[in-house]
Design a protein. Structure first.
Length: 157
């Protein structure tokens, strides 16, 4: 079976704030922006007739690694408290960056919840070699957790 995960769609409270965050912090660009009226069948949220706005943001690859942002426009979807930790049902998004410290600077300027400031660490990779990283861990405006990693070097054990 040939399946490819192309996109993850996140429900957001404030579309414009989220777009600004994803563009500034992760360098994504808008690929698609359209309102939708829900049928009440495919999505396990909302109800038939709800009006939503879907924005799909694109990274460097033109087909995979996209992030969708979905906001209920009419009526607004009641929002829970913004998470400040990760638990069951909360994904961790892992981002490969060429400048993790700059992602952190941009996130800090936007008032992002920072879990871990830039820090260096190392781990053994799948090939047995040691990967040395600088990483930052943070939350987007809706509490989705991101680990942003920049490979500094790869060494033999």
């Amino acid at each position: 079976m040939g399946n490819v995960i192309k996109r993850t769609t996140l429900i957001v409270r404030d579309m414009e704030r989220s777009i600004q965050w994803y563009q500034a912090v992760l360098g994504l660009s808008i690929w698609f922006d359209k309102p939708f009226t829900l049928s009440g069948v495919g999505l396990a949220a909302g109800k038939a007739g709800d009006v939503t706005r879907l924005v799909i943001l694109q990274a460097e690859h033109d087909e995979i690694g996209m992030i969708g942002l979905l906001q209920w426009v009419d009526p607004p979807l009641p929002a829970p408290e913004i998470p400040t930790g990760v638990s069951y049902g909360n994904p961790t998004f892992v981002v490969a960056s060429d400048d993790a410290r700059e992602c952190w600077r941009q996130a800090r300027e936007l008032g992002t919840g920072i879990h871990a400031e830039p820090h260096e660490w190392s781990t053994e990779g799948a090939d047995g070699r040691i990967k040395h990283f600088v990483s930052v861990s943070l939350f987007d405006p809706d509490g989705h957790f991101y680990e942003i990693n920049q490979v500094l070097k790869i060494t033999d054990p």
